[in-house]
Write a protein that binds this ligand. Sequence first.
Ligand code: SF4
Length: 302
Amino acid sequence: MSRRDLILSELGLTPLWVRPELLAEPEAVAEPEIAARIAPVADDAPPPPVRREAPVIVVPHTQPERAPSAPAPTAAPVRPAAPPPRGNGGPSVHATIAPLAEADSSRARDIAAMDWATLQQAVTGCTACGLCKTRTHAVFGVGNPQAELLVVGEAPGAEEDRQGEPFVGAAGKLLDNMLAAIGEKRGERVFIANVLKCRPPGNRNPQPEEVLQCAPLLARQIELIRPRLIFAIGRFAIQTLLQTDAPVGALRGKLHQVNDIPVVVGYHPAYLLRNLPDKARAWRDLLLVQQRLQALTAASRD
Ligand code: SF4
């Protein structure tokens, strides 16, 4: 089976749904060519309703330098004591800096000082918002705590709540296939987390107060992982991270930034399961992730 057919199969596509020019071999496509393909995308997906007021994501301005690191072999979310330094990658073509919020509560200050293991314990036992009363498990995230790529989704669903792991079930399988299409794998160079760590009952939209309380936990995860790139998937995660109410279609195909960390946005796999034609756009988002990740990794070696 050719690479093209393999990718189509992994994404659940048939050739009828995707124009061949969108399926070029990723490694064979020059950077300017990829940028030209991605930048002018017009999204005809129905824009989602405007979300609640912007929550607070606290990410420090400066990141310690780390040398290029090999993929860690373990998926166990255990934080090594002293991660190696990492470079801050190449320039952004389009930057939106999420505003910093003051760590103005003692809880936020405590979280901002936690190491990985302490943070994990804090999430597991968190009672900072009402979602603690209805959850089965708080879902911390899964993967390499020194990941190159951080995938951020919205919140646990029913199955994630049961299993205590993000992105399981059909949407999780599709996410795994999407990552595989660009040579990545859950637990290797990837960490997967959600904005909210506990499931909103009935999968309702997260409430602003819930996001406000949970945001410091994600912010600390980002700070400790220090990924080269964040892939924000789904409207809620994208708008929360980028502090915007702009529709996903207007944000796709560009490189954003949460402070000094580049951010690429894309569709949530659960959305793609309901909107199969948009998988072609999802593939372009993945190409952008792959291309930027490769560029950032190469830049860190210079
Ligand atoms: S959703 Fe976040 S803030 Fe609310 S209880 Fe769970 S971990 Fe704590």
